[in-house]
Design a protein around this ligand. Structure first.
Ligand SMILES: [Zn+2]
Length: 87
């Protein structure tokens, strides 16, 4: 799995946002204005969305969020290639 991490300024309410790309990779935008601890938490949260394939579910976003916040990250991070970009 390939994931692009892009550090850039996002809205203050956002820590990280994930996007599923057409080529099967993922892009996670990370808010460069947040603390490192919050950035890591945000990225892990978005990884859960990827792991759960939330992009293709009919479930409403707020329901997904509530389920996610009660789960532990099961994905083995060794299997993910991270590509860092700072904008
Ligand atoms: Zn989320």
């Amino acid at each position: 799995m390939n994931i692009n991490l892009i550090y850039t300024a996002l809205r203050p309410s956002q820590t990280a946002v994930v996007h599923a790309n057409d080529d099967g990779t993922y892009t996670i935008l990370v808010n460069s204005n947040k603390s490192k601890q919050k950035q890591i938490k945000g990225v892990l949260h978005e990884l859960q969305h990827i792991n759960n394939d939330d992009f293709y579910t009919e479930l409403q976003a707020d329901i997904i969020e509530r389920i996610l916040h009660n789960q532990q990250l099961k994905e083995d991070l060794d299997h993910i290639n991270f590509y860092y970009h700072v904008i």
